[in-house]
Design a protein around this ligand. Structure first.
Ligand code: UN1
Length: 496
């Protein structure tokens, strides 16, 4: 594709500016290697300037009525909708997703913006009776201040919206560090917020790596909240670094999500759900189905269906209409994914299909990996325990329902799970017993909607949720207010 290369800047206090150091880095397409753009390689000084701008903008922004803040998000949602095709194409070029999935990513941002725009007219608190006469009690949500937003490359428009839309409607200001693999999308996101009317300093973007930009943001004393979607390792490091200032840290980390297929499942439906969840976004979703826990009675039949479907998938650039699977994000991801194929073979799992870098047919300039299915996987093997973040899934045979739930839960992560069964009793037991923040019945593990809480149990996070009403708890603090209109001093908790 012919592309116009551009040099981009940070956005701080309403101005487009270079990094203080003048250094830059490049964003390239994982499908072809083409240059997408040149971006400022920022450092601590740039973060400090952005935090200063966000801190001073907060004083006015927190006082803008919430419905008016919501109006800006509404305009933003409408703009994202207007530019949906352009954003989806840029996404496909910059991080590889096939176009229909890129459109879905953009759609999530539209939906989240409209949802949070409406929150500007709710942000409900509570009123309660008082213990005393002539006294009024209420609790209200208060904004917190500057929010440090650190986002991944796999949902480069959706995830910033999950964080920035609720942060803004609640009255906070933002310093945003987009992933270094998707800076062009982060930049477009901010341009549209500016076009929608976000005042100077309310949203700032600082491009650059985690070690320089992310680390300073996480340690900065004037950033009381950090919201991060990323790997478990990064989450642990962020939590430790943020501890000195007792920051609120919202973490959305890894997954090793299982689809359970029982012996009464509709197998074609299950196979479709597995293929979509394991190989959609080239397996690079934290909700991807990287384990399939299968009742032994249907194990053989399901294997054949999956292998046939995986081998029919066509790899190619995401923007070509007949592409089923795009590239993975970069060379180190490709190498990591392949290393797990080797690990799986060494562990004694049976490689049914894939397991290799795809080359030829115009794929040589990109990072393409064949959809990979392992069978006869033991629950404790590394390929069944560690997040690979690529198009690899592991079939684990089990004897019965209880065994299936035990295997599905036998993991440190707890993001998403699914069960295919026609038995309503077993479906309800699974809904109760699967230890994940999200459970699907007769659907894959991916496709969460924006108005329900999104996040995981166990080591997928630290107890917070984004999306839905739950997101408001990340971006506000509760204040309880007591108004005594008796005209005299009334002493609570005193026996009178
Ligand atoms: C992620 O992979 O980090 O539920 C988010 C889904 C998408 C979001 C995934 N709506 O798969």
């Amino acid at each position: 594709m012919a592309v116009e290369t551009k040099t981009f800047q940070n956005f701080i206090g309403g101005e487009w500016v270079d990094a203080v150091s003048g250094e830059t880095f490049e964003s390239t397409s994982p499908a072809t290697g083409e240059l997408i753009g040149i971006f400022p390689k920022s450092g601590a000084d740039d973060v400090d300037r952005a935090v200063e701008a966000a801190t001073s903008a907060y004083e006015d922004w927190r006082l803008v009525p919430a419905p008016a803040r919501g109006e800006i998000l509404y305009r933003f949602g409408a703009l994202v909708r207007e530019y949906k095709d352009e954003l989806a194409l840029l996404m496909s070029r910059e991080m590889g997703k096939v176009l229909p999935e890129a459109g879905g990513d953009v759609q999530e941002a539209i939906d989240m913006s409209f949802y949070m725009a409406g929150e500007g007219r709710r942000l409900f608190g509570q009123t309660t009776p008082s213990e005393l006469p002539d006294k009024f009690n209420m609790s209200v949500r208060m904004p917190i201040g500057v929010i440090g937003v650190i986002t991944p490359w796999n949902f480069p428009i959706a995830i910033p919206s999950w964080k920035i839309a609720p942060a803004l409607v609640c009255g906070n200001t933002v310093v945003f560090k987009p992933a270094t693999d998707t800076p062009a999308l982060g930049e477009r996101f901010v341009e549209l917020l500016v076009e929608a009317g976000v005042p100077a300093g309310v949203v700032n973007v600082v491009h650059g790596g985690g070690a320089a930009v992310g680390d300073r943001l996480v340690r900065h004393p004037d950033v009381p909240v950090i919201t991060l979607t990323g790997s478990r390792e990064t989450g642990v490091a962020v939590l430790k670094a943020a501890a000195d200032h007792l920051k609120h840290v919202h973490l959305e980390l890894g997954g090793k999500n299982a689809i359970v297929v029982l012996d009464d499942a509709e197998l074609d439906l299950a196979a479709d759900g597995i293929i979509w969840s394991a190989f959609g976004t080239s397996g690079q979703r934290c909700t991807a189905a990287s384990r399939v826990v299968v009742h032994e009675r249907v194990y053989g039949e399901l294997q054949s269906k999956l292998v046939a479907a995986a081998e029919r998938m066509r790899l190619g650039p995401g923007w070509e209409a007949d592409t089923d699977i795009g590239p993975v994000i970069n060379r180190s991801a490709l190498e990591k994914i392949h290393s797990y194929t080797e690990i799986g073979q060494e562990e004694g799992a049976k490689l049914l299909t894939g397991g290799e870098v795809a080359t030829g047919n115009g794929l040589d300039q990109g990072f393409f990996y064949r959809p990979t299915i392992f069978a006869d996987v033991e629950p404790e093997m590394r390929i069944a325990q560690e997040e690979i973040f690529g198009p690899t899934t592991a079939l684990i045979p089990v004897k019965d329902f209880d065994d299936a739930i035990r295997v599905a839960n036998g993991i440190r992560f707890g993001l998403s799970s699914s069960i295919f069964t026609r038995d309503v009793n077993r479906a309800f037991r699974a809904m109760r017993d699967l230890q994940t923040g999200i459970t699907y019945v007769n659907a894959g593990t991916i496709g969460a909607e924006v108005h329900l809480p999104f996040g995981g149990m166990k080591e997928t996070g630290n107890g917070h949720r984004e999306a839905g009403q739950a997101a408001l708890d990340v971006f506000t603090e509760w204040k309880s207010i007591y108004v005594d209109y008796s005209g005299k001093l009334q002493k609570a908790q005193i026996d009178t």
